[in-house]
Design a protein around this ligand. Structure first.
Ligand SMILES: [Ca+2]
Length: 196
C-alpha cells in the first residue's frame, strides 16, 4: 500500500514545494517596482509607464489598473475619448505597462480631500497610491475642454526657471523640478495639446 501511493504522494509533495515558489515569482514587489505619479496630456501623447517587478524580475502580462478616487475623478479634466475612473493596461516582458491618458489637471494626494487621488492595482491587488500631473495644470474639472495653453505655461515658468520644487510641476516624478520637466512640457505647450 505504501508503494502503491508512493509516487503520487511524491508528486503531490513536490507540487506543494514548487507551487509557492512559482507564485512568489509572479508577486509584484512595490519596493522593486517603479510607479510614478500618473501623467497625462489631453492629446494622449505623454506616455505614463509603470514597471512591475517581482523577486524573479519583471512580471510579464500583469494587469495594471489605475482607479481614480471620487475626489480625484471629479477634479480631473477628462477628454470625452478617455475612459474613467478606471483604466487598465498589461505589462510587456520587461514588466512595463504603458498608458496614454487624455486628461488634465494636477492631483496632489497631500491636498486632495480624503488623501487619495489614484490607486494602482496589479492583478487586482492594490500596490500603491499615487498623484497625478499634467501639462494642462489649469484644466476644467470634469472637462472637456482640456487643453494646454498659455495659462498653463505661465504656471510652470517660475518653478522651471528657478528649479523650485512644486508637486504639480514635477512631470517625471523624480522629486525635483528642472530641465527634464521643461523638456517634457515643451511638446504639449508647442502643440497646444487638446482633446481629439
Ligand atoms: Ca522632475
Amino acid at each position: 500500500m505504501g508503494r502503491r501511493y508512493g509516487i503520487p504522494f511524491m508528486v503531490l509533495a513536490l507540487g506543494l514545494l514548487v507551487a509557492p515558489v512559482v507564485a512568489m515569482a509572479g508577486v509584484p514587489d512595490p519596493a522593486l517596482s517603479t510607479i510614478p505619479n500618473v501623467v497625462g496630456s489631453p492629446d494622449g501623447l505623454m506616455a505614463y509607464k509603470v514597471t512591475i517587478v517581482g523577486s524573479s524580475g519583471p512580471i510579464d502580462s500583469a494587469n495594471v489598473t489605475l482607479v481614480w478616487s471620487t475626489e480625484g475623478n471629479n477634479a480631473t479634466c477628462w477628454c470625452t475619448a478617455q475612459n474613467h475612473p478606471s483604466v487598465s493596461a498589461s505589462t510587456n516582458p520587461s514588466g512595463v505597462a504603458q498608458f496614454n491618458l487624455r486628461l488634465g489637471r494636477c492631483l496632489n494626494p497631500a491636498t486632495i480631500a480624503g488623501g487619495v487621488a489614484v490607486e494602482v492595482f496589479v492583478n487586482s491587488i492594490k500596490i500603491k497610491e499615487v498623484g497625478q500631473v499634467s501639462p494642462d495644470v489649469v484644466g476644467v474639472p470634469l472637462g472637456p475642454p482640456c487643453n494646454v495653453a498659455l495659462n498653463d505655461a505661465v504656471q510652470f515658468t517660475s518653478p522651471l526657471a528657478t528649479n523650485t520644487y512644486g508637486f504639480c510641476f514635477d512631470l517625471n516624478s523624480d522629486g525635483s523640478v528642472g530641465l527634464i520637466d521643461a523638456v517634457a512640457l515643451t511638446p504639449p505647450v508647442a502643440a497646444a495639446a487638446s482633446c481629439p
